[in-house]
Design a protein around this ligand. Structure first.
Ligand code: F6R
Length: 250
């Protein structure tokens, strides 16, 4: 099954961001009411800065766009400075003309996590599905918070974070101390993600090289959740040279 994923290698992280933002811009220009899927973390930050620039200087309008975010920490309010709602508001939403009511980030303090996850799935269906979903990848191959072992048909649900993800997210970029990182999150499932019409996974830096090689050239296996994208009809990985270093074919 390996081989279906298209890989674009850019010279550096800025090149990855420009390429990714260009793909979003082309979609939104051809379909102004597009439903887009978004990710948080360090990797997409430059892409969001580039989208904000395109909005400012090239009239790229998000006025009719609907967005869905992959995940949210369980237990954090949207106004907590480490919540993914806060990340999205500060990195992208407040810099473009997207309507706040058209931005959907899972509620980490919902009274009933199961109902919250079902409502999220229903909202995706109600707009006709996601046109293009942006993804990052964990060093362990996770996508969203679908850690190794997550089933290919998993849906949006409450999940536990692995120790490696807790460590990665408390290395000073986000949380300062592993004890501060929530142990659980609400996460779109692999099945939810696979239903998007187009997928675009970004990776930069040598820490992602092994995961990228396993996802693209390794077996189709829940041991590497990103490898479960191999049979998607339209999946592109946009990576820098360092993240591509483990690929045999690049
Ligand atoms: C975040 C998400 C995660 C990250 C991954 C990589 O919404 O879904 O799967 O994409 O942990 O994070 P960074 O980009 O910080 O290396």
């Amino acid at each position: 099954m390996a081989g279906n994923i298209e890989v674009i290698v850019c010279p550096d992280a800025q090149g990855v961001a420009r390429r990714a933002a260009g793909i979003f811009a082309a979609l939104i220009r051809s379909k102004p009411s597009a439903a887009i899927g978004l990710a948080t973390g360090s990797t997409p930050e430059q892409t969001y800065a580039e989208l904000a620039r395109l909005h400012r200087t090239e009239h790229l309008s998000f006025a009719k766009v609907t967005s869905f975010n992959l995940d949210e920490y369980w237990g954090l309010d949207g106004d907590h400075d480490q919540s993914y709602r806060h990340f999205m508001n500060t990195k992208l939403f407040s810099h473009v003309d997207i309507r706040p009511w058209n931005t959907r980030v899972l509620n980490g303090r919902a009274a009933n996590p199961q109902l919250e996850c079902q409502a999220f799935e229903t909202q995706i269906l109600s707009v006709g599905g996601v046109d293009l979903w942006l993804l990052g990848i964990g060093g362990n191959g996770h996508i969203a918070f679908n850690e190794p072992g997550s089933p290919v048909d998993s849906r949006t649900r409450l999940v536990s974070l692995t120790p490696s993800t807790i460590a990665a997210n408390s290395d000073g970029r986000f949380f300062k101390d592993p004890a501060e990182v929530p142990r659980c999150a609400l996460s779109a499932g692999i099945g939810t993600i696979r239903e998007a019409r187009q997928l675009m996974l970004l990776a930069t830096g040598s820490k992602k090289a092994a995961a990228i090689a396993a996802a693209v050239e390794g077996p189709f296996t829940p041991d590497c959740p990103a490898s479960l994208l191999q049979d998607h009809p339209s999946c592109t990985f946009i990576v820098d040279r360092e993240a591509a270093a483990g690929l045999r074919s690049h």
